[in-house]
Design a protein around this ligand. Structure first.
Ligand SMILES: NC(=O)c1ccc[n+]([C@@H]2O[C@H](COP(=O)([O-])OP(=O)(O)OC[C@H]3O[C@@H](n4cnc5c(N)ncnc54)[C@H](OP(=O)(O)O)[C@@H]3O)[C@@H](O)[C@H]2O)c1
Length: 350
């Protein structure tokens, strides 16, 4: 198969760099264009980008010129967007109108009725919203999104519980890594020796997105799942890996071994297992009483696996546990690449 040319919009930022790094040697996709803001356009990528990842910058992108984020400048059938939400709102539709499939990390379109929030191991059928989106918006391309980085791991876990027992109420407290705020992100004097109990817009996202992702596909929209989420979100001095302490009221009461078995045994549709980025395994349970931990567990399954531990009874709800996932891999660039693979498999991208 010839590789599909891809452009990374916002390629110089924290998520953009992850895209560039994860797409090196991807079996289906090849980065042929990178974009930035006015600050970096016209520069060589290696000069424009303050590389913040431990893995080296791929040789193949170093000499690419950073382009402005306009379809007139960048022609690619597949576009990964790591743009700030405000810019995504105007730039992503321009690419979809020009015929590109846009796999976006930004929140700009997540709550539009005809735009899916995809997690391939959870709701691959929601990709069919693309057909309605194309009719409604009269464009040849499409916009699909991945969830907010905190919603990602908890929604994979909730899917397993919903499928086995049903869900009524979910209460979560997040401990979110610094890379979730982009680069340069939170000033060091604000976060060293500290926890910041406010992340703008985050609690609303975490309360809405799991219900859409776990909802039913209807004509032209998703009917949200019938449970409620209450979220507290906090920034902590960790580099990568978002942790979520989660209490859940189930529809049908279940004992702890059954809950654990439902989570560990959760199997996505078999076609999903063929995608290159499918987490192997989708979800892993750690037995140690003090796991998962961001530094030790975030790279499980190449950063794509959701790691769960500390399952125990909850005196207010039914059960409680701790969930961890890598925010810039599973919760951002890796998740978006995985979504694009799903769209190839479903015939939306040739
Ligand atoms: N970080 C995470 O864990 C995470 C997880 C999920 C979703 N997201 C979402 O992903 C997106 C990117 O986040 P990030 O953390 O990578 O942010 P970031 O580090 O601040 O990077 C922003 C990128 O957008 C570019 N940009 C800024 N203003 C622009 C403009 N006016 N026109 C074109 N490009 C512009 C920047 O280019 P220059 O370098 O040229 O300024 C940079 O490449 C955001 O929507 C964020 O909410 C992030």
């Amino acid at each position: 198969m010839n590789k599909i040319s891809v452009a990374v919009l916002g390629a110089t930022g924290a998520v953009g760099q992850r895209f560039v790094q994860l797409l090196e040697n991807h079996p289906w996709f090849q980065v042929t264009a990178v974009t930035g803001s006015e600050r970096t356009t016209h520069q060589r990528y290696a000069d424009a980008c303050r590389w913040i990842l431990p893995e080296p910058m791929p040789e193949t992108v170093k000499d690419l010129q950073v382009l402005s984020s306009e379809p007139e400048q960048v022609q690619a059938p597949l576009v990964f967007s790591a743009l700030p939400s405000g810019k995504a709102k105007e730039i992503e539709p321009a690419f979809a109108r020009a015929g590109s499939i846009v796999c976006s990390n930004a929140s700009a379109f997540r709550y539009e009725p005809d735009v899916p929030i995809l997690l391939p191991e959870v709701n691959p059928q929601h990709a069919r919203l693309i057909d309605d989106q194309r009719k409604k918006r009269d464009w040849r391309g499409a916009i699909v999104t991945n969830p907010n980085c905190t919603s990602t791991g908890m929604t994979v876990t909730l899917k397993a519980l919903q499928a086995a027992f049903g869900l009524r109420r979910v209460f979560v407290v997040s401990l979110q890594a610094l890379s979730g705020a982009g680069y340069p992100g939170v000033p060091s004097l604000d976060i060293l020796d500290n926890v910041v109990p406010y992340i703008q817009g985050e609690e609303e996202k975490v309360e809405i997105e799991p219900r859409k992702i776990l909802g039913e596909l209807a004509i032209g929209e998703i009917a949200p799942a019938n449970f409620l989420v209450s979220a507290h979100t906090n920034r902590v001095p960790v580099s990568d890996g978002h942790m979520v302490c989660m209490s859940v009221e189930l529809d049908q009461i279940a004992d702890l071994p059954a809950v654990r078995q439902a989570m560990e045994g959760y199997a996505p549709p078999s076609a999903i297992l063929e995608l290159p980025s499918t987490p192997r395994p989708v979800l892993i349970y750690r037995d140690e009483p003090d796991r998962p931990q961001p530094r030790l567990d975030r790279c499980t399954g190449d950063g794509m696996t959701t790691v769960v531990g500390r399952l125990r009874p909850d005196p207010l709800f039914h059960i409680k546990m701790v969930v961890l996932s890598h925010n810039t891999i599973r919760g951002a660039a890796g998740g978006s690449i995985y979504n694009a693979e799903l769209l190839v498999q479903q015939g939306y991208l040739a």
